[in-house]
Design a protein around this ligand. Structure first.
Ligand code: SF4
Length: 358
């Protein structure tokens, strides 16, 4: 793997970190351990910059622990919009930092490594979406309503009527008049879940997926559930196994009370309430850190412990140090794109319980 030295500026190095070891590689910035000295320096730099540090639930444990707030993408964007800090450091992937910028256009928004993308957000472009809409109009169908999951780029949000999170997707679709076709993008598993829940025939689903969640499959889930008959199942609706879990519940293989289809925010709420001594979790493995902290007496285990998002893990201790010392990487959204995207995001916030996106 090619690595180049990366320097950090700033106002000295009171914590005595070995900043000369910082390297830029294809997989992210490396060379700085996430230890107590690093954490103290991060907190000092954040205060000096008047920055609030936000960390998504899928971040590395040391990044979650040093942040001011940890949560799902939408909850963090709302915190960003309400914060009085002039700078937002978004420890997550690029579309999340963009959403924070859309909701807080006057604040400086930084992401520790702008290469932290998302395979799901990349599965549809604004051009794809415009062509999909145009096909409907050409076929003489009523004007479709576009519903996009929050895991999309700012350009796709600008072409969208209403955004949704995994916790309010069903309510968003139910709020649309029955006679209007709905184009749902980009996640096919969440789309299938919404179609099943609403029974809506005129809901059309884009065939996108997240490579991490799609890799958590039904066969693995069935095997794990069979080996641990008393465990509850917490399943994110983006997972390839979400449909299998409902099938297993429907045919009696797994007691339907054990299966909970939940956003990451919903998982945390459920962790506080569960009476089970063990829970199988089907989502990105970073979520286990939050769940174990919330309910230490419960044995939380991953359905697939290889379900780790390489993009989320690009936000390393070295990347965060560089971000705060060099004021990089700054996230910008063109004002007209932000204006159009904002109305789709604000409609999402006004429907249901939107606090539990990915
Ligand atoms: S886990 Fe999947 S949906 Fe989430 S950021 Fe990574 S690639 Fe995107």
């Amino acid at each position: 793997m090619a690595a180049t030295a990366a320097t950090v500026g700033g106002d000295g190095n009171p914590a005595g970190l070995d900043t000369a070891a910082l390297r830029r590689t294809e997989d992210g910035y490396t060379g700085i351990p996430g230890d107590a000295a690093w954490a103290a320096e991060i907190r000092r730099l954040a205060e000096r910059r008047d920055a609030v540090l936000l960390a998504h639930n899928y971040q590395l444990p040391e990044i979650q622990d040093v942040a001011d707030h940890t949560g799902d993408s939408l909850a963090l964007s709302r915190i960003a919009a309400e914060s009085t800090a002039s700078t937002i450091v978004f420890c997550g992937v690029h579309f999340m930092a963009e959403t924070a910028k859309i909701l807080s256009p006057d604040k400086t928004v930084l992401i520790p490594d702008e290469r932290a993308g998302c395979s799901l957000a990349d599965s549809i472009t604004a051009e794809d979406l415009r062509a999909w809409k145009a096909d409907f109009v050409r076929a003489g169908e009523p004007e479709p309503v576009v519903v996009s999951y929050v895991n999309t780029t700012a350009e796709v949000k600008a072409e969208t009527d209403v955004c949704c999170t995994s916790s309010n997707a069903v309510e968003v679709v139910r709020s649309i008049p029955e006679d209007r076709p709905v184009l749902f993008c980009p996640d096919q598993f969440l789309g299938a879940h919404v179609k099943r829940e609403t029974g809506r025939e005129n809901l059309h689903v884009w065939a996108g997926e997240c490579h991490v969640h799609a890799g958590i499959n039904g066969a693995e889930l069935a095997e794990r559930a069979g080996a641990d008959p008393d465990a509850e199942l917490f399943i994110h609706p983006e997972c390839g196994c979400a449909t299998s879990a409902l099938y297993l519940a429907g045919d009696g293989t797994v007691d339907s009370d054990r299966v909970k289809i939940l956003s990451t925010g919903g998982m945390l709420d459920a962790a506080h309430r569960t009476g089970a001594s063990s829970v199988l979790v089907a989502t990105e493995v970073g979520m286990l850190h939050q769940l174990r902290s919330a309910a230490p007496e419960v044995d939380f285990r991953a359905v697939n412990d290889r379900a780790s998002c390489k993009y989320m893990k690009m936000i390393t201790p070295a990347a965060l140090l560089r971000c705060l010392t060099d004021n990089a990487d700054e996230v910008r959204v063109a004002p007209e794109t932000a204006r159009r995207a904002r109305s789709a995001v604000e409609r999402m916030i006004s429907i249901g319980q939107p606090g539990g996106g990915e």
